[in-house]
Design a protein around this ligand. Structure first.
Ligand SMILES: Nc1ncnc2c1ncn2[C@@H]1O[C@H](COP(=O)(O)OP(=O)(O)OP(=O)(O)O)[C@@H](O)[C@H]1O
Ligand SMILES: [Mg+2]
Length: 333
């Protein structure tokens, strides 16, 4: 499988204050993304899930270099984007686009939508006639009436506007789209339509996607692989069937248990998450999930960072309890 992105020991720390220790001043760092390493393969839709504040959006922004990373490397088509300057990023960003959570805040309410989309096309160097043609083609593709283009963002529904946000992302013909909670601000009745559009688009246009969501149901249906984040770190990653059918990490188990039931008779076999996520300026010692983990082993989980164990062909988990499964996989493998 060809790697589109290679993320290596990526960190994004925000300095959020100063503390005094032994007479010295030290910055207080909020560890929004804390040493993540994984790949995004060409043609896949990688779902990134976790509770609010676990670092999904920060990770996405780092990948597109909308914010500077603190440490680590990000290779896009084998080229490091960490050292790229703004000009190099403009060229590269044609190839990597983003769809945001709230379509209303991603369009200027004073402009007509046609003007807004033409500006994007011009930004990427498209001549006027080509730009118009491209925009009309895409508006047809997302199943909207062209007449909507003469309106302003406030005059459209959330679903219509999110379709136009998708048009905007597709204008430069990107190969990668990072969709950051693209349906969570929308009315439930239109969520499925937008999800279907994104799902079909991936295959029809040969895209690779990263899809951030705190809703597991969504990810289960449209993603090929799932990365589970907790407090800035990766706790589990694997193909979707493995994550849902052979769930290993207690945090992933709890997330799955907390998703709405498909059927009223469905029985939950895992505890729903309790307690608050710790402050990202004070990541717990050992496993970052140990303070909330129902399976915590005292003296191990709260002391030693668990390695990333490979428990199946395309399934890794960072939990001390996965050691046996990893050994079994090695023996059988
Ligand atoms: N500019 C910033 N300065 C300081 N802290 C920040 C900044 N941006 C994000 N954070 C913090 O980084 C952490 C990760 O935030 P992020 O928005 O990436 O989470 P998320 O998983 O996308 O959450 P949500 O599901 O609510 O969108 C949070 O603790 C957040 O408060
Ligand atoms: Mg977010």
């Amino acid at each position: 499988m060809e790697k589109l992105f290679q993320i290596k020991h990526l960190k994004k720390y925000y300095p959020v204050g100063v503390k005094r220790e032994k007479g010295k001043e030290e910055p207080i760092l909020l560890k929004a993304v804390d040493d993540l390493s994984f790949n995004i393969f060409k043609g896949e839709n990688l779902g990134v899930v976790g509770e609010s504040g676990c670092g999904k959006s920060t990770l996405g922004r780092c990948l597109l270099k909308l914010i500077e990373s603190t440490e680590g490397d990000i290779l896009f088509r084998d080229q490091s984007i960490i050292k790229n300057n703004k000009k190099q990023m403009v060229t590269l960003r044609k190839d990597m686009q983003m769809v945001f959570q709230n379509p209303y805040s991603s369009f200027n309410p004073k402009q007509t939508l046609k003007r807004a989309l033409l500006d994007v096309a011009h930004f990427y160097g498209m001549p006027e006639e080509d730009a118009k043609k491209r925009i009309y083609e895409l508006v047809d593709y997302v199943n909207l009436d062209r007449s909507l283009l003469s309106r302003r963002s406030g005059e459209l529904s959330g679903g219509q506007l999110q379709r136009l946000a998708i048009v905007r992302a597709l204008i430069p013909n990107p190969s990668f789209i990072m969709a950051d909670e693209p349906v969570s601000a929308l009315d439930v009745s239109v969520q499925a339509q937008i999800l279907n559009l994104l799902y079909d688009m991936k295959d029809e246009l040969g895209l690779t996607m990263m899809f951030n969501s705190h809703e597991l149901t969504v990810v289960e249906h449209i993603c090929d692989r799932v990365l589970v984040m907790y407090l800035g770190g990766m706790v589990e990653i694997g193909v979707t069937e493995e994550i849902f059918g052979n769930t290993m990490h207690p945090y992933t188990k709890a997330l799955i248990a907390s998703k709405p039931k498909d059927h009223p008779d469905e029985v939950k076999d895992h505890a729903v998450l309790e307690g608050e996520v710790p402050n990202a300026t004070e990541i717990p010692e050992g496993c970052r999930f140990c303070t909330r983990c129902p399976e915590m082993i005292d003296g191990l989980c709260n002391k030693k960072i668990p390695p990333l164990y490979r428990v199946a062909d395309r399934h890794w988990v960072s939990c001390h309890k996965a050691k046996k499964a990893a050994e079994k996989f090695m023996e059988e493998g």
